[in-house]
Design a binder for this molecule. Structure first.
Ligand code: ARG
Length: 599
């Protein structure tokens, strides 16, 4: 089903063609002057330039040819040769009615559909999440949903950071903190063969009893700090990392415990934020692939010895900045962050064979990805252009630096959600909302408002832009905020409930009033917004659409009484409200935001 914009574009293109001019000139866009027109076409200006003719003359001829077209109520030439259109009410009504019966509410599927893997979130074992992870999760979730809704076979992977030096640090920190753990690990080293599967479970239960997530949260920062100055400690941690990676049994068990408890907590918090990964593959999952990969890279002649390390040079003559080589094997023989990323590409090729991998990761890792991507192309692990870094700016504090808590630490996801929920409760009470809800529903609603506030405030900016964290503003029910959108959606829901209660039936949409026209024009523009958001990996375009739609609904609701009108008008307005709600909820869902039933 095509939108009015492209339908009209075709008609205008045909009019150009009839004058012997290229049909592409008929491209139509929403009017820059919505007070004067709905759509405009600037093609006459380009045509005149090419043909050295007067643009107004061409525009007038095109306009004349379109006079009386069923989609057009009026066509006028303005300024040097712009053609302005007002859409005909029956065409608007038809389009609205078609959207009503369309399960995709106007969004055309991508053609061709692709296989897309979205790598996002990127949380780590023990290391706390910072705002970069928060933004990666919010933006990545939305991009994943947009691709999926457009019809791509889409998989979202958390790419869990469970394999680096931080693991060795944690192991030695736990040993130092609890001699019983050190003793158990020693024992497991000397007599690994005497441990049966049951014992394994017993040992893990013992670890579980001794080491909680709170312990890790406390031990890790201290260990990371200590490793900076204490070389003996650092060396032990390095050794522990190497032993873990080469398969030391006891270390594997304790590491599995670290990963398990961190992941469980992370999954719970991410879920509260409306972020759910399809896969939680870890960096560790490709560890077994690395020797094979290194041998293959060597066979392909890509590895170069460099001061005891093995690297792949990826710089090109035409580079305008220095692109560092990929460090594949360090001089100590370990695999590095980039090695894991390269092996992960190979792994993904094997289990999913993606057409596209989108890495939704902090802009500050741009160089890392440029290097990894080039290496992957050289190795033939991905087709040129199939790897894309979707970078983003930072969420800043009032000081303009990446957001930190008042104590100067990174804000934990759980604390952020709690903080935003508290603010949401406050706002709901202030606005006199949710008072009739049972306590558990009030809580659930507050969480939805909080999540909408955080996510919308993030997604409404183009991802490359940094923004300042301002919970007060994000949580307001007024302005361009998530809570405002939820509020408008809930208003429609309550209208529909009342209509159902009064037995009012809906019927065909008949566009009449200006507010109805404006609303339908926006409903019509959704397909274009989603397609652009998809092409540019830019959820902000959908955020923008959702906001404008909510605003247009508010105007419509103020200008066009629904329940107190009668007959066909009432039935039409009810349908229009229901259609708006469906599209608004879909747009919000593509942003990863869900709406409450009541407030
Ligand atoms: N865990 C990494 C970090 O905290 C982010 C992972 C991003 N994804 C990737 N494929 N490298 O910085």
């Amino acid at each position: 089903m095509s939108d009015l914009r492209s339908g009209l574009g075709e008609a205008v293109g045909a009019a150009f063609a009839a004058l012997g001019l290229p049909a592409e000139l008929g491209r139509v866009t929403p009017s820059d002057r919505p007070d004067l027109a709905d759509f405009q076409c600037n093609g006459a200006l380009a045509a005149a330039k090419a043909a050295k003719r007067n643009p107004r003359e061409i525009a007038t001829a095109v306009a004349a040819a379109l006079e009386g077209h069923p989609m057009i109520a009026s066509v006028e030439v303005a300024g040097p040769g712009f053609i302005n259109f007002k859409a005909a009410a029956p065409a608007l009504s038809d389009r609205a009615n078609a959207l009503t019966v369309d399960s995709r509410i106007g969004v055309c599927p991508a053609d061709p559909a692709r296989r897309v893997l979205v790598d996002y979130g990127g949380p780590n074992v023990a290391k706390e999440m910072h705002v970069g992870h928060l933004r990666a999760s919010i933006i990545g979730e939305s991009i994943k949903r947009i691709c999926r809704f457009r019809g791509d076979e889409t998989v979202g992977d958390a790419h869990f950071g469970d394999w680096g030096f931080q693991m060795g640090l944690l192991i030695v920190a736990c040993c130092d903190a609890d001699p019983a753990i050190a003793a158990a690990l020693d024992l497991l080293l000397t007599e690994p063969e005497s441990w049966s599967g049951d014992d394994e479970a017993g040992i893990e239960a013992d670890f579980a009893a001794r080491i909680s997530l709170a312990d890790l949260d406390r031990l890790y920062p201290a260990a990371a700090g200590r490793a900076k100055t204490d070389t003996e400690f650092r060396d032990r941690a390095r050794r522990a990392t190497a032993e873990l990676q080469s398969g030391r049994f006891g270390y594997r068990l304790i590491w599995r415990h670290f990963a398990r408890i961190t992941r469980a907590a992370l999954e719970r918090d991410f879920h509260a934020l409306g972020v759910d990964f399809d896969l939680w593959r870890g960096e560790s999952d490709v560890d077994g692939l690395i020797p094979e990969m290194v041998a293959e890279l060597d066979d392909k002649g890509l590895l170069i010895e460099d001061q005891g390390a093995r690297i792949i040079r990826v710089a090109k003559n035409e580079d305008r900045r220095e692109v560092p080589p990929l460090l594949v094997v360090s001089s100590e023989g370990s695999a590095m962050y980039g090695t894991t990323d390269l092996a992960t590409i190979l792994d993904r090729k094997r289990f999913f064979d993606p057409d596209l991998i989108l890495y939704v990761v902090d802009q500050r890792q741009a160089d890392h990805f440029e290097t990894v991507f080039r290496a992957a192309y050289l190795a033939g692990y991905a087709a040129e252009g199939a790897l894309e870094h979707i970078g983003f700016g930072t969420m800043n504090g009032p000081d303009g630096k990446p957001f930190k808590t008042r104590e100067g630490g990174v804000l934990k996801l759980r604390d952020l959600i709690d903080m935003a929920s508290e603010k949401a409760r406050e706002r709901l009470r202030e606005a006199g909302l949710g008072a009739e809800l049972p306590p558990e529903d009030f809580e659930a609603t507050a969480l939805q408002v909080a999540v909408a506030a955080l996510k919308f405030a993030d997604l409404v900016n183009f991802r490359g832009t940094s923004y300042v964290f301002d919970l007060d503003r994000f949580s307001s029910f007024e302005g361009k905020t998530g809570p405002y959108l939820l509020y408008q959606a809930v208003r429609v829901k309550s209208l529909l409930r009342r209509a159902a209660g009064e037995g009012v039936a809906s019927g065909p949409i008949l566009v009449g009033e200006t507010a109805e026209r404006d609303l339908v024009l926006l409903l019509d523009a959704f397909d274009h917004a989603v397609a652009e958001a998809y092409d540019k990996r830019a959820p902000n375009l959908i955020a923008d659409h959702a906001f404008r739609l909510a605003q247009a609904f508010a105007k419509f609701y103020a200008a066009c009484p629904v329940l107190i009108s009668a007959g066909e008008t009432r039935a039409s307005r009810l349908s229009l409200a229901a259609l708006t709600l469906r599209q608004l909820e879909l747009a919000l869902d593509l942003l990863g935001i869900s709406t409450p039933e009541r407030m």
